[in-house]
Design a protein around this ligand. Structure first.
Ligand SMILES: [Zn+2]
Length: 685
């Protein structure tokens, strides 16, 4: 699951009453929203527009957004609530060092634009001077090491992108899942993916020209000379890095990623970078082993450190530093940054109001402190109990479906059932919270707060290396509108913020709840068994628990699904990549199927009540498709197709064409556009 983006309207510095007035739930119907549907569309032709057409017609994308949908609406609500919590913290005058005070100081310092303007480049200056003072490649390696952060996540929140040379991910080990291990991932690019540098598409060529102009502009703002030449060299270097990168599709294959390198292997396998100095800079000299996700990229990038000129690397470092802290530098930097990354890259006309960016900063650096209060206030025990009952029904449905499979070997089935039995399902909020006592926040130092916050998070992760794994640890905050499967922990997280209408509403008919949040729950459980999940056993260890015959069958069936998605074309010159999105598409099909079973089990033989003339089964599928109602700007949608393991919402909604019960519910006939003859429908579990 991945939301589009977050937050709109409402200013934290407005009077509290206004915040609360806007926060009051609108009078609403419970269950599917019939007013969002376009009933002139035949469900069998275009189910997405049938379920969402009227909403799409009447909805405009706000100028400060690259897209809008159910996820953004709920994120808005979550952000408004978070903003109000922050404002309360600010008013409380809490004692120095307390978490409330940290929340307030972090937020207020970020909002103090006058002080940021007055300081100008001064906070950045010592760091730029440090880069300018680099004399040779050994010192360069040290500084590159110092820039390493825990800003990637290969399997949980799936983020393969870091602008730093490499990225660190600390997670249970592939081969020893009871202890935290260091994973290293490729990095070094500002643009979202290698394709942005390598593609010959006219649109991409134009983006590259604008990117180079943007680099020159940022360097100029920071007082550099010869900015055109420097920018050209930086783009050249990033182009060379991109050539060494593995594609997103390859990144998702964990069998290619399971490469253990000892610290001494690096010099032999990836010569060029002074690795001993790099690890010293990163504070990782004592770390014996690493899992290197993309060995060829490490070899290639390390060689580039040796072959590209020291001056180009220094300019690359300086530019990346300016970019990373653009949000807390004078307004001219943030504006130039937005002009490129917001307007050009995502097609978004207007920047978000600063308060919304401030909320995001607090969520990023003190997320659990806010989450603790959020969960207490907005997630009642009754909601938790009801969500747990749904989870139990859907897990039971998976048990039955696996039992009934004819193609899976008994030994494989046994491990699949064991995975279900030991699955930890976190509902609403975690059982333990992050401790931020070591994070120093100052009222008048926003740059320092960001700098120390990023280092604090990094040091916390490094300190965990080698310690025992807490399988119940969460990887999302309660105020996040999302859900996640953590394969190395055999665990799921459903934060409080997604367990709300329209996904989940205790007053809605079961049909709508199972169709909406039930499919999401089923989706996450399916990841336990899919292309990624099949590589991890019930203890989270990497172990192939499938027989070769099981795998051959699974690959054949899922190849059909990949081919189905390859046919979807949001624009004439690009199509969805069926392989890149395969795991998510499998999860959608499996999620609806299990949620549907769970729904029928919850009816216990009774006929479901109708709503707006729709039967229970119809409500179920409409609710599912309404999860995905969204509008996205062209540039952002193009970016999503290239870089996101999830297909665009429209095609996720249309995947109902793989489910037999959908044909019966809407009387879908041959000749209708989404119609698939029975052998073409993909059934996984
Ligand atoms: Zn997923």
């Amino acid at each position: 699951m991945k939301p589009l983006s977050a937050a709109i309207c409402l200013l934290v510095s407005l009077p509290l009453s206004v915040v609360h007035a806007a926060d009051t739930p609108q009078p609403q119907t419970h269950g599917i929203v019939a007013a969002n549907m376009d009933r002139t569309v035949k469900p069998g032709d275009d189910f997405y527009h049938y379920a969402n057409g009227e909403w799409i017609k009447r909805t405009e994308i706000p100028p400060d957004r690259s897209g809008i949908g159910v996820f953004t609406a709920l994120s808005d609500l979550s952000n408004k609530r978070t903003a109000a919590l922050i404002e309360e913290a600010a008013k409380a005058n809490a004692p120095e060092g307390s978490s409330q005070r940290k929340i307030a100081d972090l937020y207020n310092s970020y909002m103090d634009e006058a002080s940021i303007e007055a300081k100008g480049l001064a906070p950045l200056r010592p760091h730029l001077d440090g880069i300018a003072a680099i004399q040779n490649k050994t010192e360069l390696a040290h500084v590159l090491g110092e820039s390493l952060r825990n800003d990637v996540d290969a399997l949980n929140n799936t983020n393969f992108h870091t602008p730093n040379l490499f990225g660190l991910w600390v997670a249970p080990g592939f081969n020893a899942s009871d202890h935290y291990t260091a994973y290293l991932l490729q990095g070094g690019l500002q643009l979202p993916d290698r394709e942005y540098y390598l593609s010959d598409n006219a649109h991409m060529r134009e983006l590259r020209t604008k990117y180079q102009a943007h680099i020159a502009a940022m360097l100029k703002l920071a007082g550099f000379t010869d900015t055109e030449t420097r920018a050209a060299h930086i783009v050249e270097l990033e182009h060379s890095i991109a050539e060494k990168h593995m594609s997103l599709e390859e990144n998702e294959d964990i069998h290619k990623a399971n490469n253990t390198w000892s610290q001494s292997d690096f010099a032999a396998k990836a010569p060029g970078l002074d690795w001993a100095e790099y690890f010293r800079g990163a504070g990782l000299s004592g770390q014996q082993n690493f899992i290197v996700w993309q060995p060829t990229a490490f070899t290639g990038e390390s060689a580039l450190v040796a072959s590209a000129s020291l001056d180009t690397w220094k300019d690359w470092l300086a530019y990346h530093l300016i970019e990373a802290y653009g949000g807390v530098l004078p307004k001219a930097f943030a504006d130039e940054r937005f002009a490129f990354f917001g307007q050009v890259l995502s097609g978004t006309p207007q920047q978000r109001p600063r308060w919304q960016r401030g909320v995001a900063v607090v969520n990023g650096l003190l997320g659990d402190e806010v989450g603790k209060i959020y969960a207490q206030r907005y997630f009642p025990p009754e909601a938790k109990a009801e969500a747990q009952a749904m989870v139990a029904n859907i897990i039971a449905a998976f048990h039955k479906r696996i039992d009934a499979l004819t193609w899976m070997a008994p030994s494989t089935k046994a491990e699949a059932q064991a995975k279900l039995d030991t699955l930890y399902v976190g509902i609403g909020y975690p059982e333990t919270w992050h401790d931020y006592s070591g994070y120093e926040v100052k009222a008048d130092d926003t740059f320092g707060n960001m700098w120390r916050g990023s280092l604090f998070g990094y040091h916390r992760e490094v300190a965990r290396l080698g310690t025992p794994v807490d399988r119940k640890e969460w990887s999302m905050t309660p105020q996040t509108v999302n859900a996640v499967n953590l394969p190395l922990q055999n665990a799921l997280n459903f934060p409080a913020a997604i367990l709300q209408a329209p996904f989940f509403d205790p007053q809605a008919p079961a049909a709508a709840n199972y169709g909406a949040i039930g499919s999401v729950i089923g989706h996450e459980i399916s990841h336990t068994f899919d292309t990624e999940g099949s590589a991890f056993d019930s203890k989270g260890a990497v172990r192939n628990w499938w027989t070769p015959e099981d795998l051959a069958h699974f690959d054949a069936v899922t190849a059909k699904l990949a081919a189905q998605y390859d046919t979807y074309q949001p624009f004439p010159d690009i199509h969805v990549n069926g392989k890149q999105t395969l795991a998510e598409n499998i999860a959608d099909v499996a999620g609806i199927s299990a949620a549907y079973d769970g729904y029928h089990a919850s009816l216990a033989g009774k006929t479901a009540p109708k709503q707006d003339g729709f039967s229970g089964d119809q409500q179920f599928f409409i609710a599912f498709a309404q999860n995905w109602g969204s509008k996205t700007r062209e540039a952002a949608l193009r970016q999503q197709v290239l870089t996101d393991p999830h297909a665009p919402g429209e095609y996720r909604a249309d995947t109902v064409r793989n489910i037999n019960a959908w044909y019966a519910a809407f009387g879908v006939k041959p000749g209708e556009k989404l119609y698939l003859a029975s052998p073409g429908r993909v059934r996984i579990w």
